[in-house]
Design a protein around this ligand. Structure first.
Ligand code: ATP
Length: 364
């Protein structure tokens, strides 16, 4: 493991900005720190870079504890955006710029520029100036410039935040490919979940200075370990419904009562059998997993269509039952009108169960 954080903590006076976090990032791995504003992402990144000293805990780079080392002695590359090319310099000169500060020989500089140019396919634009480049090309050069020093790891803080939507989409895929080829550990800070889901090998979801889950994008989305992650990841947001377990019918089939005297019998994770009747839970179902029908049945709730929102290829339907608002996304055209009564269905095994302590139901 080449970046290891051990019980890393940062306090600013009475405020604990980062609260005893642990994670590690391997060679060639991209870890995204994702979380709402103020949760401690940037402070974590700055502690790895040495721009902020840890109050407690350790930063270990390539097996060596670096807590007391100054930023330049850590040999990390930290960049805030992939966007600051010198307009009067050519692409090759822009790429070489960070190397001049290191008093490197001309032949070594040329070798590095050539290598980066090969990696990022910049060969035919090396002689051009930024003004003559397309936006995507400028970005590739800027990426090249931030990685050319061949540091031990890469740290990026909201690297795509200033780009327009289309360029962001292009860059997300491209950056991931480049970073994988470089065989260095990378940490990217972002508050944009789509960015994290597409670029990361693993995502660390942060809240209030703590890490809520470190996992693959697939698992963070499919198996959120607690209510916060469940509600934070995924748009539209997962439906979260407070409920009481009223009966167990075997094979993971359980009856739940929800506010407003409604109940439903649905098939969930078999671990539900470990809960006692009367247990308070929160049921979570993604809007794309919820279904509706006109026929009443026991596996869902009776609701009324509150609003139908076309979103291009899909439609977002808002449902209400007087106590709950549910969101459903479908790719068919909704042959229903606002005000219609419908029955929501919770298909087998699509519902997550969170226990009273807000954790995903697990085997004890
Ligand atoms: P954002 O996405 O808004 O940048 P973040 O998750 O990166 O947020 P941080 O910038 O790490 O969050 O800040 C975490 C907390 O620490 C915030 O409450 C912030 O106000 C506080 N903080 C950060 N730097 C300092 C500082 N130098 N002095 C005092 N408080 C600070």
């Amino acid at each position: 493991m080449t970046i290891e954080l051990k019980s890393l903590t940062k306090r600013f006076g009475a405020l604990t900005a980062v609260d005893s976090i642990d994670f590690d990032v391997g060679d060639g791995e991209v870890l995204c720190l994702l979380g709402p504003s103020g949760c401690g992402k940037t402070t974590t990144l700055r502690m790895i870079a040495g721009l902020e000293y840890a109050t407690e805990g350790d930063v270990v780079l390539q097996g060596k504890r670096v807590n007391e080392l100054a930023p330049r002695d850590r040999n990390v590359a930290m960049s805030f955006q992939f966007y600051a090319l010198y307009p009067s310099l050519t692409v090759a000169e822009n790429l070489a710029f960070p190397l001049h500060a290191e008093k490197m020989s001309k032949s070594e500089i040329d070798r590095r520029v050539q290598k980066i140019s090969d990696t990022l396919q910049l060969g035919n634009i090396l002689g051009r100036r930024p003004g003559q480049l397309a936006e995507g090309e400028k970005q590739r050069v800027a990426v090249g410039r931030s990685i050319i020093r061949d540091p031990t790891c890469f740290l990026f803080d909201e690297p795509l935040s200033r780009l327009d939507v289309q360029l962001r989409e292009e860059m997300r895929g491209e950056i991931k490919e480049v970073l994988q080829d470089l065989s260095r550990p990378t940490v990217i800070v972002t508050h944009d979940q789509l960015e994290a889901l597409t670029m990361a090998d693993r995502i660390a979801v942060m809240r209030d200075g703590r890490i809520e889950q470190v996992d693959t994008p697939h698992n963070v989305f499919q198996r959120p370990s607690n209510l916060f992650v469940a509600g934070f990841i995924g748009t539209p947001q997962m439906n979260l419904l407070p409920a009481t377990l009223t009966d167990l019918k075997g094979d993971g089939v359980a009856e739940f009562a929800v506010e407003g005297d409604q109940s439903m019998v649905i098939e969930v994770d078999r671990r539900v059998e470990e809960l006692a009747r009367g247990a308070k839970v929160t049921l979570g179902i993604r809007p794309r997993n919820l279904e509706i029908s006109r026929e009443p049945s026991a596996d869902g709730l009776s609701t009324k269509i509150d609003m139908v929102e076309p979103m291009g290829a899909e439609t977002l339907v808002h449902l209400k039952d007087g106590h709950h608002d549910l969101r459903l996304v479908t790719d068919w055209r909704v042959p229903l009108a606002e005000g219609d009564h419908v029955h929501t269905k919770f298909p087998p095994k699509m519902t997550h169960i969170f226990t009273e302590d807000e954790q995903l139901l697990r085997t004890k």
